[in-house]
Design a binder for this molecule. Structure first.
Ligand SMILES: Cc1ncc(C[n+]2csc(CCOP(=O)(O)OP(=O)(O)O)c2C)c(N)n1
Ligand SMILES: [Mg+2]
Length: 960
């Protein structure tokens, strides 16, 4: 028997490759193979002189190897056949890899396929005849099965890879996944006829989609709706994904998308009633929207979210489908939805690590073709996909690719070959599909959800269509894309085309197809006639009004309980070796409760005790951020690493008293994406305490879009109730402009309507109580909590607290100077300040010598504790002036926020002075010496009877 006969398909290909190597360099294969190649003849050795006579290849680079002459001894005929086999095998590989480049993806035919010479048989010196002489098995896979020869198999392969679908998955490096994809794609298992499509239902669905837009266009001409038209198949694609997901056990499908087609998806996937949408188009002004104080709420209609419990066709169970509201800021919703999905998939009712069930929830993210490559947060979100602390078992991405971004063409939008290029780096399989081919779109959807369910990994559908109108419906697209819009105007809709296909196939008559349109239009007209804007317009559900619970909640904990928690935290698993240096700290903690009045509790201990006590109260916690496990300042050590084995021990997950899960993870180096994720997690599961810590507070500005669009305004815009905690290391310690300021002023600038809490604590006990307060308010009075946290003060004696302060105390919005009434009677100057500068003042030499100055710490800046400060002012009968003191420049920090509030409180009784750094564009000095000078000047100015010292004058003159 000829040994070549044993090899078929991929194996044969491998042998051909080996032979090719052998031809180039016989010593590159092992001895036995060398012997075999010297004697065996390929099975299909037939006269192929025809092919050999033909001209050279179109692309020599692609085909050099296939035209190389046998170097020695081989018989010319079998060598030639072997070459043909190798060429056919290579061609099949190129089609699988690059076939998408020749696929007809653009329904308008405006952007031609890029193509690739290696996809042509001629480039491999292959003729049709030569291919016909080869067995189909050389192509291998399902395309070869049942094919008479390689010619037929190659033709099938081209049909699969180069028609209206571009399967782009060669970048998936895990063989299992790639083999699955290849099999799924080539077998046609997700395509009709193997997986049938109900053509009439599909036609009716796209009729519904199109008619909705046409009705809106007719009824509200020119009004912005961001029509889906040109990408109508998006709706059936989502239908299909939801159906298959629900069938596979998914209980909750979460969808996020931008403006394009959103109203259509809200109406038809989220089942938002037509009457409600139409009432929004009428844009009524009603009393229920207005507030007496000229304030406002709400957002434009195409930012609204929705939620529905639906039963997909033919399935016995319900599935929740939800879409969060989102802002204009394209792609900002990506990490938010990702975090929501994670929260929904996570169970936290057992102590220990959180348990994630990746099969429970499915997230679908719909992107724009300009926004996907353009917005960095997309990359940040994709980067979360396979990280333990963020994984949601695969997101299905759909690029709503209308080949335009406002007026910007694709070649002005991205440097990758496709809008989806970024996904390749994340090993996400991509299906580019022509939005005018409904069957291909349905296959893409089925493929995506099947892959996601099988591997629990992301999948991307690049739905390539067009935009029927301008960016919005009042826009004239032919100003900028005249050629495209000449085609669009004459281009039939996908509904028209599909109706024609079904008519030609005899499945429906044209009249029946037209009836479908009429029926849908009638339903819309009836809905419109029935609209009662006063009832149908539903403004955002008002967020829980502030309940005042914040001042009443009891955060203290009995000493014995704290001691017990502490002992529990200090337990170490048998045989675990703690790092020598960390052991010392643990030893100190063992005696922390020995004397209840001793200042033995530092910042990190207070935090750990607070978190432990929250877990013991049954509230789950998630804490993330850059390097949070250890803590940027090496203070937290929430995760111990065995000094010998590297094994991990997380005390808060081993707590005997805990009643809920504790999740902690170092985040990737991202702020926008990660803060968005945590915010989404928090919104989805508001009863859990979610904390994000910045490496340094400065870096929070990387997440500014999330802060502005979600954290501080989502209450007013969408009636949401976020309660995320941000821990932002803040304080002037001479580390330069970028490690000093968490931009307190930006939070205060966004503070209104009791939308956040902003604190700057100066003691460990205050931090303990504020964390506990936050946890205990999650259900009754939730608000985001912004904490300016210390750096050098983490281990400062001044900030340490006594066990009693935890056991008997509470969070104080203001900490007044610790003076007797007699001492207070001498005070002339009341200094109000917040955070680290207070510690500088209290611990200064001047403080001891100066009895005229009282220092009160404003620990909570928002909501501003007016009445407490009023009381503080009342304690000093001989007061002559009030000073606001801060480390930050005058245009930053809290000053500009507190100034009008203090002026109101002072009511012209005393002058209000500012002491702090001068206005500056940069948050702080670049030199630590300069920092020391300015810091000293602030302290001196506070305690000087006369305001300016010589040094301060000098500093000022230099700075100016
Ligand atoms: C972050 C951000 N920058 C700019 C804009 C303004 N903008 C609104 S839509 C749009 C074009 C979006 O193009 P694409 O992503 O292709 O979506 P399409 O409108 O084509 O569906 C731009 C630039 C925005 N909304 N968000
Ligand atoms: Mg676009």
């Amino acid at each position: 028997m000829n040994p070549w006969d044993q090899f078929t398909g991929a194996n044969a290909g491998y042998v051909y490759e080996l032979f090719e190597r052998y031809q180039r360099d016989p010593s590159s294969v092992d001895e036995a193979t060398r012997r075999a190649f010297a004697t065996w003849t390929p099975a299909f050795a037939q006269d192929d002189s025809d092919r050999l006579r033909r001209g050279g290849p179109a692309d020599p680079a692609e085909s050099n190897s296939t035209t190389a002459a046998a170097p020695f001894g081989a018989k010319a005929d079998w060598s030639a056949d072997l070459q043909t086999g190798i060429a056919a095998f290579t061609l099949a590989g190129k089609i699988r890899r690059f076939g998408h480049l020749a696929a007809h993806l653009d329904p308008l035919g405006f952007h031609n396929p890029i193509g690739d010479p290696s996809l042509n048989p001629q480039s491999h010196s292959l003729s049709a005849d030569a291919l016909k002489r080869l067995p189909a098995s050389i192509v291998s896979g399902p395309a070869a099965a049942g094919a008479a020869n390689a010619f037929e198999a190659i033709a099938r392969l081209r049909e699969i890879y180069c028609s209206t679908t571009g399967h782009d998955y060669s970048h998936v490096f895990v063989p299992d996944e790639r083999v699955w994809l290849r099999q799924a794609v080539e077998s046609g298992q997700f395509r009709a006829p193997l997986d049938p499509i109900n053509g009439l239902e599909l036609l009716d669905r796209i009729t519904e989609v199109e008619t909705f837009e046409r009705f809106l266009q007719r009824t509200f001409p020119g009004k912005t709706r961001f029509s889906i038209e040109g990408l109508d198949m998006m709706v059936p694609i989502i239908d299909e994904i939801i159906h298959d997901a629900a069938e596979g056990g998914v209980q909750h499908v979460m969808i996020a998308m931008a403006h394009r087609g959103r109203l259509n998806v809200l109406a038809h996937i989220l089942q938002k009633p037509y009457t409600q949408i139409l009432a929004e188009f009428k844009d009524p002004i009603f009393s229920k929207q207005l507030r007496v104080d000229l304030g406002w709420m709400g957002d434009v209609k195409y930012h609204a979210g929705a939620r529905v419990e639906a039963q997909p066709d033919g399935l016995p169970k319900q599935v929740i489908i939800s879409m969060p509201p989102n802002p204009s800021h394209l792609e900002a919703v990506d990490p938010v939805l990702n975090g929501m999905a994670r929260a929904a998939a996570t169970s936290v009712d057992q102590p220990g690590p959180a348990v994630v069930d990746k099969g429970k929830v499915l997230a679908i993210l719909i992107h724009g073709d300009s926004a996907f490559p353009g917005q960095g947060v997309v990359a940040e979100t994709l980067n979360l996909s396979r990280l333990d602390g963020y994984d949601v078992g695969g997101i299905i991405h759909i690029i709503a690719n209308n080949q335009l971004g406002f007026t910007t063409d694709p070649d002005e939008s991205f440097s990758t070959s496709y809008a989806s290029g970024l996904a390749r780096g994340f090993k996400i399989p991509i299906t580019h599909v022509n939005a005018d081919d409904p069957a291909a779109c349905i296959e893409a959807a089925r493929l995506a959800i099947a892959y996601r369910q099988r591997f629990k990994l992301d999948y991307l559908i690049d739905l390539v269509g067009y935009r029927r109108y301008g960016h919005n419906e009042g826009d004239e697209p032919s100003f900028t894309q005249p050629a495209v819009y000449r085609i669009v105007t004459a281009h039939p809709t996908v509904r028209e085309k599909y109706a024609r296909t079904l008519v030609e196939a005899g499945q429906i008559t044209q009249q029946q197809a037209d009836e479908m349109v009429k029926a849908r239009m009638t339903a819309l007209e009836q809905a419109y006639a029935a609209v009662k804007p006063e009832q149908d317009y539903i403004p955002p559900v008002p967020a829980m009004p502030p309940s005042g619970a914040a001042t009443k909640v009891k955060t203290a904990m009995p000493l014995a309980r704290l001691d017990e928690l502490n002992a529990d935290l200090l337990k170490i698993p048998e045989g675990f070796s703690v790092h020598r240096k960390l052991e010392r700290g643990r030893e100190r903690r063992k005696t922390m409760f020995a004397n209840a009045a001793e200042r033995s509790i530092d910042w990190a201990a207070a935090e750990e005790l607070a978190l432990a006590s929250i877990l013991a109260d049954g509230i789950a916690i998630r804490l993330t951020g850059e390097d949070v496990e250890r803590g940027t300042f090496s203070h937290r050590h929430a995760v111990y690493h065995d000094a010998v084995t590297g094994d991990e021990h997380v005390p808060l997950q081993r707590l005997a008293l805990s009643k809920a899960a504790f999740e902690i993870c170092n985040s990737p180096l991202s702020e926008y994406g990660c803060v968005g994720f945590e915010l989404g997690y928090n919104l989805q599961e508001p009863s859990r305490l979610v904390l994000w810590e910045a490496q340094y507070g400065d870096f929070i500005n990387g997440a500014q879009i999330i802060l502005d669009e979600y954290l501080t305004s989502s209450r007013a815009k969408w009636g949401m109730s976020p309660s995320l905690v941000l821990l932002l290391p803040h304080g002037y310690e001479g580390q330069g402009p970028d490690h000093s300021s968490a931009r307190l002023e930006r939070f205060l600038n966004a503070a209104a309507d009791t939308n956040i809490r902003v604190v700057n604590c100066t003691t460990a006990a205050q931090y303990f109580h504020v964390l506990r307060r936050q946890a205990l308010l999650l259900e009754t009075d939730p608000l985001p909590l912004i904490v300016m946290t210390p750096k050098s003060l983490l281990r400062h004696g001044f900030t340490a607290s006594t066990p009693l302060e935890l056991a008997d105390g509470k969070f104080h919005q203001v900490i007044d100077d610790d003076m007797t009434p007699a001492q207070a009677g001498k005070v002339r100057r009341l200094v109000l300040c917040s955070g680290k500068v207070a510690v500088d003042l209290f611990t200064s030499e001047q403080r001891k010598e100066n009895a005229n100055v009282a220092i009160a710490r404003v620990e909570q800046l928002y909501p501003f504790p007016e009445s407490v400060i009023r009381d503080v002012m009342g304690r000093y009968p001989k007061l002559r002036e009030v000073c606001w003191v801060q480390e930050e420049p005058e245009n930053m920090g809290a000053w500009e926020f507190v100034r009008p509030l203090l002026e109101q409180l002072i009511d012209k009784r005393w002058p209000l002075r500012y002491i702090g750094r001068v206005r500056n564009s940069s948050p702080s000095e670049g030199s630590s010496s300069w920092h020391a000078v300015n810091q000293r000047a602030i302290v001196e100015q506070v305690f000087e009877a006369k305001a300016e010292t010589k040094e301060f004058d000098r500093v000022l003159s230099k700075q100016v």
